[in-house]
Write a protein that binds this ligand. Structure first.
Ligand code: ADP
Length: 437
């Protein structure tokens, strides 16, 4: 019951009493004043009881029939509502940040000023082995690598960055970065650098391989040139020297040509459908055979088996180079008089190019690595026969650009079979293409 209500009731009751006295009806006036007071008090009690009911669930909208209690109830309700909206916004923002932190590929660990863990994201488990259970523990008790400890003590050479193997696996390499966010907080970020390290070491191996491959013929060249420059030499000797220069020079040229081809294949995007030609595979295979025979030193027995009219879509010069590489390898790694089967055959909706030889064969252990650059089973024999060690790497890239892949089966001492398949180009495909134009 509010003071203004009491006051108003007393005033009304007094006015009734005064009117009663003035009208010579003092008792009636007093009684009516009293009953007005009673009714008002009853009404107020009912409103108060409703207010009390509402106050047990103040998040609901206050009912309009609270009378004098409505205004304070509404004020409380509005304040509660806006504070609830604020805290919901805060919860949503926190959840968003948590999702972002969990979506990061790196491990992120929030540390206090004493480097005790305050929070971790999901990737902290895979990279650092840390979970929410570690919250409250000092980071230095969980990541014990000397480089990391140096970083936590501020003793590392680069104050904020060190490399460590992941505590979860020696295969994973991490770059740890400690960032001071404020006077109270630090952020420890662990980034997986294994892939970068692998690429870096592949690049270093590649440069070392190229240098090594170029160095041998260059040494031979320099040797001949130096001996040609020493003293008097007759014309015959000079001619002999010049002819011997040819082989190392050719080797260097083949190597540079293959390197350029490989770089071009790797750097250029996959050919667009419009850029593909319709290739008569049989004709291409015959051209490849002529070319291979023209520089094959030994006498091999080649059986050609071609399904005539079998066509595919592709980039002619790329497929030419891939098929030629596979066929020259068959010549190169088969003995004098060895048999070679060269096939272009239909297999349902696919066309298969296949080269089978009866040569030296390949041990199973080498098969998965054959298409790596400069990988050779026998480096000496490959070099002697003019191989650059890049042929199958080129084949792999060409086939990948044609949504195909190289399949190899081989038996040591018995020979090898290399094949790849492509979707057959059909007439209906042609009319479809024409219709779309
Ligand atoms: P290379 O120029 O040395 O021939 P490639 O990339 O073409 O390089 O081949 C990689 C290696 O695979 C070769 O050095 C050779 O050891 C092996 N190889 C390729 N083709 C054959 C084959 N038909 N028979 C046996 N070994 C082969």
């Amino acid at each position: 019951m509010t003071w203004s209500f009491v006051l108003r009731t007393i005033i009304v009751a007094s006015i009734c009493s005064v009117l009663g006295v003035l009208l010579n009806l003092a008792v009636l006036g007093f009684l009516s004043g009293l009953s007005i007071c009673g009714v008002a008090m009853l009404l107020n009690a009912i409103q108060f009881s409703r207010f009390r009911d509402w106050s047990t669930k103040p998040r609901s909208n206050p009912p309009i029939n609270l009378g004098t209690f409505y205004t304070p109830a509404h004020t409380v309700w509005s304040a509660l509502r806006s504070s609830r909206t604020r805290s919901q916004n805060l919860i949503q923002a926190a959840q968003r940040f948590k999702n972002i932190a969990n979506g990061l590929p790196d491990a992120c660990v929030v540390l206090n000023s004493n480097l005790y863990i305050q929070a971790v994201n999901e990737n902290s488990l895979g990279l650092l082995g840390l979970t929410n259970k570690d919250v409250g523990k000092p980071i230095s008790s969980l990541i014990r690598h000397p480089n990391a400890l140096g970083l936590f003590r501020g003793e590392s050479e680069d104050k904020s960055l060190v490399d460590i193997p992941s505590p979860m696996s020696d295969e994973i390499h991490l770059e740890l970065r400690l960032i001071q966010i404020s006077s109270d907080y630090h952020l420890l970020i662990a980034r997986d650098t294994s892939q970068e390290n692998r690429i870096l070491s592949m690049r270093q191996d590649f440069i070392a391989n190229v240098s090594h491959e170029l160095r041998s013929p260059l040494t031979v060249l320099i040797g001949y040139i130096e001996s040609a420059g020493e003293g008097e030499i007759d014309e015959n000797t000079l001619r002999e020297i010049v002819s011997r220069l040819n082989s190392p020079a050719q080797r260097m040229k083949s190597l540079v040509d293959d390197l350029l081809t490989l770089t071009r294949l790797e750097a250029s995007p996959e050919p667009e459908q419009d850029a593909l030609s319709i290739i008569d595979g049989g004709r291409l295979v015959r051209t490849v055979l002529e070319e291979a025979k023209s520089f094959a030193a030994q006498n091999h027995q080649v059986q050609l088996d071609v399904d005539e009219g079998l066509k595919i879509k592709g980039v002619t010069n790329e497929l030419y180079s891939a098929f030629l590489n596979l066929l020259t390898n068959a010549f190169r790694y088969s003995p004098e008089g060895g048999e070679i089967d060269l096939r272009w055959k239909s297999r349902g909706t696919l066309a298969r190019f296949e080269v089978q030889d009866t040569g030296v064969g390949i041990a199973p252990v080498h098969l998965p690595r054959l298409t790596e650059r400069f990988y050779r089973v026998d480096p000496t024999s490959s070099r002697i026969s003019g191989g650059t060690g890049l042929g199958l790497a080129i084949v792999k890239h060409v086939l990948r650009r044609h949504q195909s892949s190289l399949q190899i089966t081989s038996q040591l001492g018995c020979g090898s079979r290399f094949y790849c398949e492509f979707p057959v180009y059909t007439q209906s495909e042609k009319s479809l293409h024409e219709a779309s134009i």
